[in-house]
Design a protein around this ligand. Structure first.
Ligand code: G3H
Ligand code: 13P
Ligand code: ZN
Length: 330
């Protein structure tokens, strides 16, 4: 058993309390590899932002759980080396079983998500409660989820039952003891969040997605005042990155994300954690494609992973300063 405290990490409790009061959101950036980790920590140190390092179960398999533990400890030391000690949370993203959450707690995670949102309500409550009991005994914070995020295969605009039902949130929070709650208000995972026929086009022909359901968010806030709320699927899918990828041999069609101004509005409310993965994937891919197209003879990974890391760091800094509002809050 390795406690997150031995690694120099923190849980999310205090960070969320401050974020809800301060009207900003903590960035939750997914990572699988060294370059992503360097970019995240570099961006957070330069902007003095707290950060949640987020690892999916797929990422944990990819990176190896033993290496991950040491990478997280290394991230804490790396921030100090860069000259500013930012609070760092190591968080399991979309945990689906008690066993996975337990294993993460035992290998140094300071926060876990149990995503029981695909289960019937009572089963979601039961599973989440079990995870909370185990995690809290080790000082680890827990994120639960109510409502199902749509993917590209789902029809966001008509599948009303996918949105979080505000009338369930009080009961869920009370029965489970979770520390934060992910809700579904119209965001979704991946780069293709909406089909073109779900969108309208502005004067420049850019696809504009249906607005987030702030009415649902506000009703949740009214029912659980001051309780930390989480937004998944919050990439904005910047058109310039999609263009750069496609002009260098890529083929990303109809990629549409969540407009930044809507995320800023959410961050100013009780939304205190915003998950961003896809935008980072796009930034890295765009940089790598460009180097390899411009220099077809290049075969040193540092020559394309280095620029990818730089582009990723800039993207994260931009998000922290302009979208999340967490700069200077470390
Ligand atoms: O919400 C999912 C995250 O973007 C992680 O994706 O399971 O492909 O690592 P992944
Ligand atoms: P995106 O795919 O919009 O980046 O969402 C990531 C996420 O929610 C991770 O849990
Ligand atoms: Zn997610």
């Amino acid at each position: 058993m390795t406690s997150y405290k031995e690694l120099g990490l923190v849980n999310s409790k205090e960070l969320f309390q401050k974020a809800v009061k301060g009207g900003y959101a903590i960035p939750a950036f997914n990572f699988n590899n060294l370059e992503q980790l360097q970019a995240i920590i570099g961006a957070c140190v330069e902007t003095k932002s707290p950060v949640i390092l987020q690892v999916s179960s797929g990422a944990r398999k990819y990176a190896n759980q033993t290496l991950l533990k040491h990478l997280a400890k290394g991230a804490v030391e790396y921030a100090k080396d860069l000259g500013f000690e930012v609070p760092i949370v190591l968080h399991l993203d979309h945990g689906d079983t008690l066993e996975l959450c337990t294993s993460c707690v035992e290998s140094g995670f300071s926060s876990v998500m149990i995503d029981g949102s695909h289960h019937p309500y009572d089963k979601n409550v039961e599973l989440t409660k079990q995870v909370v009991e185990y995690a809290h005994a080790h000082g680890v914070t827990v994120e639960g989820e109510l409502g199902v995020l749509a993917g590209i295969e789902d029809d966001v605009s008509s599948a009303v039952s996918h949105y979080t039902k505000p009338e369930e949130v009080e009961d869920f929070v009370k029965k489970t003891g979770v520390d934060s709650l992910a809700i579904s208000i119209g965001t979704s995972h991946g780069a293709n969040k909406f089909t073109p026929d779900q969108c309208t086009r502005n004067a420049d022909g850019v696809l504009i997605p249906p607005p987030l359901r702030f009415d649902i968010l506000e009703e949740c806030e009214r029912r659980i005042p001051g309780f930390p709320i989480v937004l998944h699927g919050a990439s904005s899918v910047p058109p310039e990155l999609v263009k750069l990828i496609n002009s260098n041999g890529g083929k990303l069609n109809d990629a549409v994300g969540i407009p930044e101004e809507q995320l800023r509005r959410a961050a100013a409310s009780a939304v205190c954690k915003i998950n961003i993965d896809s935008d980072g994937r796009l930034a890295m891919t765009a940089a790598i494609r460009k180097v390899l197209m411009d220099s077809p003879a290049e075969f040193d990974p540092r020559k394309y992973l280095g620029p990818a890391r730089d582009q990723l760091k800039e993207l994260y800094k931009y998000k922290i300063v302009n979208v999340l509002g967490s700069a200077g809050k470390a």
